[in-house]
Design a protein around this ligand. Sequence first.
Ligand SMILES: [Zn+2]
Length: 140
Amino acid sequence: MDYQQYAEQFKDIGEKIKESREKANILEHQAKKAKTEFESFSLMSHIIKELDLACDNDPGKHGPAYFFVSAIGKRDISHSENPSLQEPCPSCNTQYPVIMSYDQTCDSPDGDTWTKEAFLMCPKDGISPIAIFHREHRFL
Ligand SMILES: [Zn+2]
């Protein structure tokens, strides 16, 4: 066997490279999607538990606090003890209570940022953002 005969055995390798690259791209996309879903469902599970113990006396200072939403204004979101305001899920159109997070998203000597974010949680379709507001001081 000379070099040409040996190399001839690998003549289809370009096609194999292309096929395996496509397969890797598809699997990477699926893995990314599954990871995003996993993170979304894990966050939803955490939020559901946190909503049940919304009795923090310094909400948002040590990580996001979660509440049900009663109203969304032009510059602020009002919270309520129980499910109040409802909106349709943009994917399946089912009505769900609007939830908010309240969090000190930046704590520095140059200035703080407090963030309120309203969103929907659908058990099938995950989290859909609705509104977000930032301030340099506490809202509550
Ligand atoms: Zn949905």
